[in-house]
Design a protein around this ligand. Sequence first.
Ligand code: PLP
Length: 399
Amino acid sequence: MAHCISEKMFGLTQRNSAVREMFEEGNRLAAIYGRENVYDFSLGNPNFPAPEKVREAVFDVLKTEPSSMVHGYMPNAGYPDVREAIACSLNSRFGTSFGVNNILMTVGAAGSLNVIFKTLLNPGDEVLALAPFFLEYKNYVENFEGVLTVVPANTNGFQPDAEAIGKAVTSKTKAVIINSPNNPTGVIYSSETIKSIAAVLNSKQEEYGHPIFIISDEPYRELAYDGVDVPWLTKLYRNTIVAYSWSKSLSLPGERIGYLVIPSEIDDYALIFDAASIANRILGFVNAPSLMQRVVMRCLNEKTDIGAYDSNRKMLYNALKEAGFECAYPQGAFYMWVKTPCDDKEFSSLAKKYNILIVPGSSFACPGYVRIAYCVSPQTIEGAIPGFRKLAEELGLKQ
Ligand code: PLP
């Protein structure tokens, strides 16, 4: 019988996200073996709680601010005082000069990306994603009839290769997505890397006579270890738009709160800002969650406990290396990117035998690797280590 949903959505129901499938598999295994015996490294869902200050801010806002202010409609771009406070905070951190009309509050980074693609894309416009990447980008671009072009990974260190990006740019390229600290590799793109990409894009803009935007997707900006610098892109490439969220930086993924930075220096700034506010409205978001806007305004200097992620990072890295796995020491985010000695899907399916759930690199357009999300409890890592060792033995990694 013919189905009554759209062809596009029917296609999506037939290929569910591998990350989500793994998450559901985790729930199934937990029902059989008990939650404590299942080592679920599949989802980037922060295990560490939001800072206490966030909870205090929620109560404080509810107690002290008028209901109409906390729960009412506001401009589609968000509360002006919240946007002003964010602009000031960015200015003091990065030496920029943003104002209220450079910040647009969104429903998380996913909301930011959908708003900006709705704003920029005509059907057939191309958006470049640098493998490996968060595969939802493809859906977000295709939501607006855009075409996602994959730039192959630079497997030698996973810093993007500017030359490969240059080769992928065509007359239809509208934007390039940059995600650093990166999901899934944990790599932070250096300022040399960004400058080389900026040089290529500047010359391509000139060649084609139209802007090519960098969309800097930054939900992991605050998760950088050992004092490694995360370059601020608007200073390195004029046509940069930043998509930020507090999902990971303050462990608030369910609250759906983030923002876009739309600098005044970009081409067609006023039109883009106006159109993005309309996009926020007509995509049905209307505005970012009101209570959360008031809360994050009070928490701009708050930080999650990066020390806890750092200690997970060390424990997992040491255990994997000792077992014989090949992986780079991540500089940021909370993902370990491990080379697989066999097909990556086969590898993650073998890992399930030991109740370990990890996501194959194919799900990030980069087969031959797996992603292990270590935003879990230390006990989950400890419990999984014997399984990782057995897996390594089974695959003949260490005699
Ligand atoms: N971008 C990347 C690279 C992500 O990893 C995620 C979530 O995991 C998102 C965007 C979406 O973030 P948010 O929950 O803020 O929408």
